[in-house]
Ligand binder design. Structure first.
Ligand code: NDP
Length: 504
């Protein structure tokens, strides 16, 4: 099949499908074809998974250090060709090239950490049993599941799927990756780069296609599916995986809040709200969508926010801070959210209905937004912020938690930052920052409620792609014979006495 733009330097060693059906990835700014890719049907997905299963055996028997060495080489290839990958990501998503590069840089830290820490987190460790079991020795280790299916999104086509791929590979699994139909070239680029440093077996493969290809991957008998995307599609993935009892990790959307307390640094809070809400044209699962501000500082904060948001511009020229919306359908969603909020009594202090063009969406800041409007209840995934005044931070926390989502959040406060952060029902919270919890490889990333479950990143992210293997072994002759039909009434009596002494 044809090679996507920007991958010329990457040797093509992946197995390509024999399908006749293809689809194009398009530049959202121009409509130009960026690349043409095969649509993998169910049979081809199954064949790919079968190849992955063989590769998984080879990969799993390598030592942690041998895998780490190869993953670090992959990191090197990606780092050296970062400009090429960033250009391709820019072409497929529309995001500014600098933002695409930032995403790649953050991902490389994760790849490095996963490779470097897998042995420490997952390797075999001895357990010392309690005194009463002193005749036994024990150990626990975390073994790879086998083949992981990764279904990726288009909004951060490098960083987000690699949060699963890098950790699954470091844990000793093979991976079959289904990138979004909007960013297949980026997915293929990553896989081709991997095949350059691990040419022996197809440990990481790509299956391109539309939603049906993802659905086929769920039914293919992989050992786990790691999905990132909408809550609704996440439910479909779970349903498909239920038939084969395939475990799933769901990283779905969010409706992240940012709280501003009376003692907050308002310049920093406004800057963070603007970046959190507008960067990547708002197409981020941990994008800020709702802002609750203490009434004492509401007016001052809003003035700063408006001043910062007004000059931000979406365009398809290099100077624009925001690119076009990646999905053609997304401007319609954003327009619906803005219209509903205004109908219900909100006011637009930046942007408004006219901000939404066919593909370019300019920033919108809404205030006094009724809590039951869809701009407050559903994921907008556009460059909009809804800002409401609260009487105190208790009310802010209550409103923050009045959401079916719980992915990320942020608190701006001097005195009570961590206390408020701990009260917000979300997987991650930044205190006096947005986004950066995702950049720390040591920290697990994931949500609660409709934002999904399971964790990528950090030790939890490594363990997510393994199963715990426990071994207990006899070290010394048994102190008391318990697991025998020859157990005597005397032993039973002694046991009863010991149980009362220990637990009674
Ligand atoms: P989807 O959830 O539909 O797509 C996410 C991934 O799932 C894509 O790779 C998609 O493939 C794949 N997929 C689609 N249908 C199935 C299926 N039945 N079984 C298995 N995999 C499937 O999201 P969209 O891209 O359509 O975006 C819709 C909304 O989802 C956005 O507006 C946003 O609100 C939210 N979203 C959230 C993301 C996040 O980071 N949490 C990321 C992306 C979207 P394909 O692209 O080929 O259809």
């Amino acid at each position: 099949m044809t090679t996507p733009t920007g991958t010329e330097d990457i040797q093509e060693v992946t197995v390509t499908a024999t399908a006749l059906a293809t689809f194009d990835s398009l530049d959202p700014a121009t409509g130009d074809v960026v690349g043409t890719h095969p649509i993998f049907d169910a049979a081809q997905v199954n064949e790919t998974v079968a190849r992955a299963r063989e590769a998984a055996q080879w990969w799993a028997q390598l030592s942690f250090d041998e895998r780490a060495e190869r993953l670090k080489k992959w990191r090197g290839v990606i780092a050296r060709r970062m400009a090429q990958l960033a250009e391709l990501s820019h072409a497929e998503t529309g995001k500014p090239t600098g933002d695409a590069q930032l995403e790649i840089m953050m991902m490389l830290d994760h790849l490095s950490w996963a490779a470097g820490n897998a042995r420490k987190v997952l390797g075999r460790k001895s357990i010392t049993p309690s005194l009463l079991a002193a005749d036994l020795g024990a150990s626990v280790e975390y073994l790879p599941l086998g083949v992981i299916g990764v279904i990726g999104p288009w909004n951060f086509p490098v960083f987000t799927p690699m949060g699963s791929i890098a950790y699954a590979l470091a844990a000793g699994n093979a991976v079959v990756f289904k990138p979004s139909e909007f960013t297949p070239g980026v997915g293929k680029w990553l896989v081709d780069a991997f095949a350059q440093v691990v040419p022996e077996h197809p440990v990481l493969q790509v299956v391109t296609g539309l939603g049906e290809t993802g659905a086929a991957l769920c039914r293919s008998g992989v050992d786990k599916v790691a999905f990132t995307g909408s809550t609704e599609t996440g439910k479909k993935v779970m349903r498909a995986c239920a038939d084969t009892l395939t475990p799933v990790l769901i990283e779905a959307g969010g409706k992240d809040v940012l709280l501003v307390d009376a003692d907050a640094d308002l310049d920093a809070a406004a800057e963070a709200a603007v970046w959190g809400g507008l960067s990547n044209a708002g197409q981020a699962c941990i994008g800020t969508e709702r802002v609750y501000v203490h009434e004492q500082v509401y007016d001052a904060f809003l003035a700063k926010l408006v001043a910062l948001a007004k000059p931000i511009r979406a365009g398809d020229d290099p100077a624009a801070q925001l690119g076009p919306m990646t999905m053609p359908s997304q401007p319609g969603v954003v327009a619906r959210h803005i219209a509903d909020a205004l109908d219900k009594g909100a006011r637009a202090v930046v942007g408004g209905p006219d901000a939404v063009g066919a593909r370019l969406v300019q920033p919108t800041v809404l205030v006094d937004v009724p809590e039951d409007s869809i701009a407050m209840t559903e994921e907008t995934f556009g460059p909009t912020l809804a800002v409401n005044k609260v009487r105190d931070m208790d009310e802010a926390v209550e409103r923050a938690n009045n959401s079916r989502y719980g992915l990320g959040s942020a608190v701006f406060a001097k005195r009570r930052g961590v206390e408020l952060a701990r009260r917000i029902r979300s997987g991650m919270t930044g205190v006096n920052l947005v986004y950066l919890f995702a950049a720390l490889p040591e920290l697990p990333f994931g949500g609660v409620g409709d934002s999904g479950f399971g964790r990528i990143h950090g030790p939890d992210g490594l363990k997510e792609f393994t199963y715990a293997k426990s071994i207990a072994r006899r070290r010394l002759p048994a102190l008391m014979a318990l697991t025998t039909f020859a157990r005597t009434p005397k032993v039973d009596k002694l046991l009863a006495t010991l149980t009362v002494l220990r637990h009674g």
